[in-house]
Design a protein around this ligand. Sequence first.
Ligand code: GDP
Ligand code: GDP
Length: 458
Amino acid sequence: MSLTVALVGRPNVGKSTLFNRLVGQKIALVDDRPGVTRDRREAPAKLGDLDFILIDTAGLEDAADETLQGRMRAQTERAIADADISVFMVDARVGITPDDEHFARLIRQGGKPVVLVANKAEGRAAESGLLEAYSLGFGEAVAVSAEHGVGLPDLYEAVVATLGEKAALYLPKEETDEDDEDEAAEGTGEETRTLKPIRVAIVGQPNAGKSTLINRMIGEERLLTGPEAGITRDSIAVDWTWRGRPFRLIDTAGMRRKAKVIDKLEKLSVGDALRAIRFAEVVIIVIDATMPFEKQDLQIADLVAREGRALVLALNKWDEVRDPDGLRRELQADLSETLVQVRGVPLIPISALTGSGIDQLLEGVSRIYETWNRRVATAALNRWLDHLIARHPPPAVAGRRLKIKYLTQSKTRPPTFFLACSRPEALPEAYKRYVVNGLREDFDLKGVPIRLMTRGAK
Ligand code: GDP
Ligand code: GDP
């Protein structure tokens, strides 16, 4: 059974734009699918690792045969009825209009779980609209920008949290420990056992040394002769092994500056980086250590964390650094303040030019990949949770103490935990951070983003 999601809201809030983004193909192709009616588009879509059928109710404004309101109403009602969950979209720039309220009533009557999304949320113009959206009575809105592809990880979390326990039905089964054990049990032996390649993306500022690093890691010849079939129009994947461990590298057009240099690609293209990050399991950000930490490096690191990928920072051109120890300390201190989402991220000095540090870099990638895949046993988690709560109990809110019941790891890649408590909506963000930081320290989950979701429990 696949999950079905209805995208509803008044015209012009950006439904088609989000639809296209989640479906990831040109609408014309979608419309060509047999069995898809003209006034309602539906297509397979993807958000993180969640696959679903997305129903879009956009484009109804062209309807000529009936009044707009009447037709939209019927369409919306049908879409909601057919869906497991509705994504209700409003325009954060415009704020809440009477039409939005009309849709809110329809959606409420539909009686399905709802995720409220405030679109066009890029920039300050959206702030008041975001607050206003709360008045619709569907809780806090998830801020996204469909056009710029911002906020999708938050949307993912909201959808998964709203699905609650049902989410497990739709999330992919994980290929971790159990699968490995099965393979081992079959007696295939270490040498014939095929490991899945670790998918790696290399991103960073122009001139940081990405091409040099790629050539150093996989060899110039390989890069020229060995590209696999395209992942997307603008990117290729290259496979290679290092010490018997297979890697797959995504190489986007923006990285292949030596090949076809277009002026625009010389600038750091966020679209390019994002594509690479989505493809990857581990992202290496290459930083020119002689001029470290451009704001954009931090933005990309933040993007990696939001997308739930594991991160490694390669400090390149280390051969030119005069005070290596000092610089390393300085960078580490900087990062512990700026990159709290992935506290403990590995910083690995390399010289792509001379090849020094490349082994350590790939070891770092392998290690963080393991961390990203790690599963903590429920019993251990809950023993740990008891201590954590004893040390620092959750606060009382409105005179009543919050009760935390248990903690489970719902998935890996990245490590994602569910915290069951008496009034999840009242649990302060600071307390969630306390739990996350504790998990990171005590279960050695350094350098990977950790997701914590809450759910109600009596
Ligand atoms: P629909 O009628 O709900 O399907 O809305 P569309 O997807 O056609 O979008 C309506 C308008 O809003 C178009 O001009 C889009 O380019 C614009 N739009 C969509 N998403 C965003 C966004 O995230 N930010 C901004 N600023 N504009 C957006
Ligand atoms: P990209 O734009 O990130 O792909 O960067 P390139 O790989 O083209 O490198 C930009 C410049 O930095 C080139 O002149 C490289 O020779 C130089 N470079 C790359 N890695 C190193 C390094 O480890 N040490 C030094 N000293 N120079 C490097």
